[in-house]
Ligand binder design. Structure first.
Ligand SMILES: Cc1cc2nc3c(=O)[nH]c(=O)nc-3n(C[C@H](O)[C@H](O)[C@H](O)COP(=O)(O)OP(=O)(O)OC[C@H]3O[C@@H](n4cnc5c(N)ncnc54)[C@H](O)[C@@H]3O)c2cc1C
Length: 498
């Protein structure tokens, strides 16, 4: 209890999950305080400035931008978006190119179908099926009103009605990797299109759900980019009376018998808590902040089997180019094979940020690229000395720039480097397991790990954060914060409608 007789909810981490938990805690009448190790809010949902340009690190699409969905209401409640939010005017997911030919996944599914059949008439049947199942996948909405263990029969019936066709997607595409699926297509370009965007170990339904989200107008990019969205949530939290402490890492959750009595900060201070909500990555949580014996079994299994439960990160670079440079907003292309980390990569993408004036000034626009990095790549970076690490990055900046110019010869002499970052950056900044900024990849062999939100053997710790439910990402982070508060309310036999 605090001086005002309210129960105190102590939240570890000021990312999207932590801010959401804080906002819902205050709405439920608790006292809420957030401890964040960094100097700004947002965790992985941020951006930063270099040489006068803004670099965005997160939102490629924000699931939940469609009015009328439960998730939209959660984003609105947390102040992330409002009915008046402006979104980027983007009409496609991405474009793959090969030997001078291009194929695009347009937001308009009919347009995509026609274009792909035009490219490869012999794939017509498979293309039509891909489009049909993507249409079904539009029904896949993230449950955001309450945690599933609180669902009643009515909730299941209504989900059954709303998502009647989605089981077909899971049945057909729930256990097949993108790599294997791509081989059903004759066209080499369409094979690339299927494997280009998400890691090719991902299950096909992940691509369909992502594409469907965009095609349904439910995955737009708010203007102003990621950091601004996090700052809007921080503002909402503070307006409701919340306190957030920056540059304040948490060292331990202090347990007494079956309860967390508070947290010990890295500066040595103790803060008492009635409830603790850790939102940081589950790996450091159970390796450092809590005794490892509390790690749920499913998680321990996943961390021990990286082949079945891979973690994905990226080697990313940002450049500027003159703003008359014309390209699809995200385009993937072949490159001369390049070793990045321990693996060798032969495809790359360029995303142009010209859709938002935030990224354009003095006649120049930001472009970015990311090369997917695996657990093994993470280990490669981790084993380098600081000098080797700097040298490796320097070498790759030149190699990547060379490949961009090979694909876009008009950029010769025009590419200006802004910044580059690696899986280690995410580990350093957010304590992210293997630098991963999503939950475990959903492979055909992996099981869905859905954490219950409470820990066996401890009464008052409620988990939140993107690692609590696959596939991770912003929507899971934001609903997990809300769910943690609803679980506390349920334990107190109070109304969970907040
Ligand atoms: C390049 C990139 C692109 C992405 N694109 C998308 C996208 O398009 N759509 C999408 O939905 N998602 C996307 N994501 C994923 C999304 O950013 C994350 O899923 C989400 O931000 C995770 O939020 P979180 O609050 O669960 O975790 P985090 O953001 O990791 O927040 C945890 C917080 O805890 C803090 N912390 C850690 N340890 C401690 C400690 N000991 N003491 C105090 N504080 C601590 C961290 O600093 C951090 O601020 C992307 C991520 C990246 C990096």
């Amino acid at each position: 209890m605090t001086g005002n007789n309210k129960d105190r909810v102590v939240i570890i981490g000021g990312g999207i999950a932590g801010l959401s938990a804080g906002i819902y805690a205050l709405k439920a009448g608790f006292d809420a305080v957030i401890y964040e190790k960094n100097s700004i809010p947002g965790g992985e949902c941020i951006g930063w400035n270099r040489k006068g340009f803004h670099i965005d690190n997160c939102i490629h699409w924000l699931t939940g931008t469609k009015k009328g969905t439960d998730l939209y209401e959660v984003w609105k409640t947390t102040g992330a978006i409002s009915d008046g939010t402006e979104y980027a005017d983007i009409d496609s997911f991405y474009t793959s190119s090969l030997n001078g030919q291009k194929a695009t996944l347009w937001n308009d599914l009919k347009k995509t179908e026609e274009e792909l059949i035009g490219i490869s008439p012999e794939d017509e049947e498979e293309i039509k099926k891909f489009i049909q199942y993507t249409e079904y996948a539009k029904q896949c909405l993230i449950p955001a009103s309450k945690p599933m263990e609180m669902w009643g029969i009515g909730d299941y019936i209504s989900m059954g009605k709303d998502m009647a066709d989605f089981p077909k997607v899971m049945k057909e595409f729930g256990k097949i990797s993108l790599d294997e699926y791509s081989r059903r297509f004759y066209s080499p370009l369409l094979r690339k299109l299927i494997c280009d965007y998400l890691p090719k170990e991902y299950c096909v339904y992940s691509l369909m759900v992502s594409y469907a989200t965009m095609a349904d107008g439910n995955g737009k990019i708010p203007m102003g980019a990621s950091l601004q969205m996090s700052l809007r949530m921080e503002k909402r939290f503070k307006e409701l009376g919340g306190k957030i402490f920056y540059n304040t890492g948490v060292e331990k959750i202090v347990l007494e018998k079956k309860k967390a009595i508070g947290i010990k900060l890295e500066n040595g201070e103790f803060v008492n808590a009635d409830f603790a909500i850790p939102t940081l990555d589950t790996y450091p949580l159970f390796k450092k902040l809590l005794p490892e014996k509390y790690m749920p079994k499913a998680l321990a299994t996943a961390y021990g089997d990286q082949k079945t439960y891979p973690a994905i990160s990226g080697f990313q670079l940002a450049f500027t180019v003159r703003d008359s440079f014309e390209t699809e907003h995200t385009q993937l292309f072949d490159i001369e094979p390049l070793k990045v980390g321990s693996g060798t990569y032969d495809r790359m993408y360029i995303k142009s940020y010209g859709y938002d004036p935030l990224f354009v000034h003095d006649g120049r626009v930001v472009i970015q690229t990311s090369i997917i990095q695996s657990d093994d790549d993470f280990k490669f970076w981790k084993n380098l000395s600081p000098e080797e690490y700097a040298k490796e990055k320097e070498k790759l900046i030149g190699e990547v720039a060379k490949r961009v110019v090979t694909n876009f010869p008009e950029l010769e002499g025009d590419l200006e480097f802004l910044d580059c970052w690696t899986p280690l950056t995410y580990e350093r900044y957010c304590n992210a397991y293997h630098g991963s900024y999503m939950c475990f990849t959903t492979t055909p062999e992996s099981k869905t790990i859905r954490l219950k939100g409470k820990l066996k053997g401890i009464d008052n710790i409620y988990l939140a954060g993107q690692w609590t439910m696959p596939p991770g990402g912003l929507p899971i982070a934001v609903v997990s914060g809300k769910f943690a508060i609803q679980r506390i309310l349920k334990g107190q036999k109070r109304d969970i409608n907040i």
